[in-house]
Design a protein around this ligand. Structure first.
Ligand SMILES: *Cc1c(COP(=O)(O)O)cnc(C)c1O
Length: 427
């Protein structure tokens, strides 16, 4: 099914464009880099979503990673039902906030305190402010192709939608702010000056496709931060609680000073967090001078969903997800390759990406070269016609949920073989 199989979506998108810029509330959803117009989701169940036209898609978007158990997972839905009966927001502390903060802190050694916020953007923005407040320095270092949300100072050479739209950053950001952010290539350790408050990094980059850290990279970054007296921030809004129960720190043996989490920990509701040692976190208001607040922070529905999700995530669950992803990645690689297309399918445990190129991608330049092959868009459309929904951009990773079955993997691999053959035939 192509756009022609989606008359209701076409009509909705037309109306949307009248009242919402570009018809969407987050740019990549507009299908700008893959062409055509988006499907409008009516409902989701497990690994699948159903659109307003009644088409069913095997979903590898999964709310950009916010959904790890699959859509409308019954225990999560039940927890939300119980919570909603009690009221939706009070502006006073609730037990759910304490329980979720305790659960995150228990899962992440060294993350003694957390502050709950409503989006990953808020979490990283606050992490930067906190690092500046703690060190009394103003510069930050980030890496090209890493995305840390859309706050002014963090958009320079961002991945995700910034990359999809080919923007150098964003209009409307004061040059003075951009000048405070030094941008280096991912997987290279920059020399850090003593005016740098923090280095922020996705410990496994997942917003320029999937680019795992080179062996020893994060450790060398840690050492350089220590030498310069800068803090190290792991932006784990994607990787946190998706790759393992908690942080990647334990896996790579490198401890950051500040973590940000989001996506998975909100169970599909608007919730994110930053965390650190008690000493650093108590620089935040009301115990310290670094201001941060939020009307809906720690929202009771969001904490109920987050807790219900974390409840289901033990080591065995991640092992199963990693096994599914390994199978899928190998199947996709073989299927696409045998159709004669150049392909790389990088995997980091439960995450995988798809680059149409001959050589492994280690940084943003490589990701851009792969995107320029122009293969992603027709491959995406050929998959969508077969009922498989990948991310509508070459700069995103694929999100597999725990609801994706062996049968789903087989279907995806079979579709990929056909889709790749179709793309080859058109070239
Ligand atoms: C999604 C994402 C963000 C931003 O989170 P939002 O909830 O979209 O504001 C920040 N950092 C990373 C690594 C992300 O993947």
């Amino acid at each position: 099914m192509g756009d022609e199989g989606r008359p209701r979506a076409e009509a909705l998108f037309e109306r949307a464009r009248q009242v919402i810029p570009g018809g969407v509330n987050s740019p990549v959803r507009a299908f700008g880099s893959v062409g055509g117009s988006p499907y409008f989701v009516r409902s989701g169940s497990g690994a699948y979503v159903t659109d307003e036209d009644g088409n069913v898609y095997l979903d590898y978007v999964q709310s950009w990673g916010a959904s790890i158990l699959g859509h409308a997972h019954p225990p999560v839905t039940a927890a939300l039902r119980r919570a909603v009966e009690l009221g939706t927001s009070y502006g006073a502390p609730t037990a759910g906030e304490v329980l979720l903060a305790e659960a995150i802190s228990r899962a992440v050694p060294g993350c003694e305190q957390v502050r709950l916020v409503s989006s990953g953007t808020e979490a990283t923005m606050t992490a930067i402010r906190l690092a500046r407040g703690v060190t009394g320095r103003s510069r930050i270092v980030k890496f090209a192709g890493c995305y840390h949300g859309h706050s002014d100072g963090l958009l320079a050479a961002g991945g995700s939608g910034v990359a999809t739209l080919g923007l150098p950053g964003s209009a409307g950001v004061p040059p003075a702010l951009v000048a405070e952010a030094l941008v280096g290539p991912y997987n290279a350790v920059p020399e850090i000056g003593e005016d740098v408050a923090c280095v922020i990094v996705e410990p496994v980059a997942a917003n320029m496709g999937l680019v795992p850290p080179a062996e020893g990279y994060l450790g060398r970054l840690r050492a350089e931060c220590d030498r310069a007296g800068a803090l190290l921030v792991f932006d784990e809004v994607i990787t946190g609680f998706r790759v393992t129960r908690g942080s990647i720190a334990g896996l790579v043996g490198v401890q950051p000073d500040i973590w940000t989490f989001g996506k998975v920990i909100g169970g599909g509701l608007p919730l994110a967090a930053l965390g650190s040692s008690r000493e650093i976190m108590e620089h935040l208001a009301p115990t310290g001078p670094v201001y941060q607040a939020g009307t809906l922070s720690g929202n009771p529905l969001a904490t109920a969903a987050g807790l219900a999700v974390l409840d289901e995530l033990d080591g065995a669950a991640y092992d199963r997800l990693a096994a599914t992803v390994a199978c899928l990645a190998e199947g996709l690689r073989a299927a696409v390759e045998s159709a004669g297309l150049p392909v790389q399918v990088p995997v980091y445990r439960t995450l995988f990406g798809l680059f149409f190129t001959d050589s492994p991608v280690t940084d943003y330049e490589g990701a851009q070269r792969a995107a320029q092959s122009g293969i992603y868009a027709p491959f995406f459309q050929a998959m969508l016609r077969r009922g498989i929904a990948l991310a509508p951009s070459p700069y995103e990773v694929a999100f597999c949920s725990m609801a994706h079955s062996e049968r789903d993997v087989e279907r995806t691999v079979a579709a990929a073989g056909e889709a790749a053959a179709e793309v080859t035939a058109q070239r």
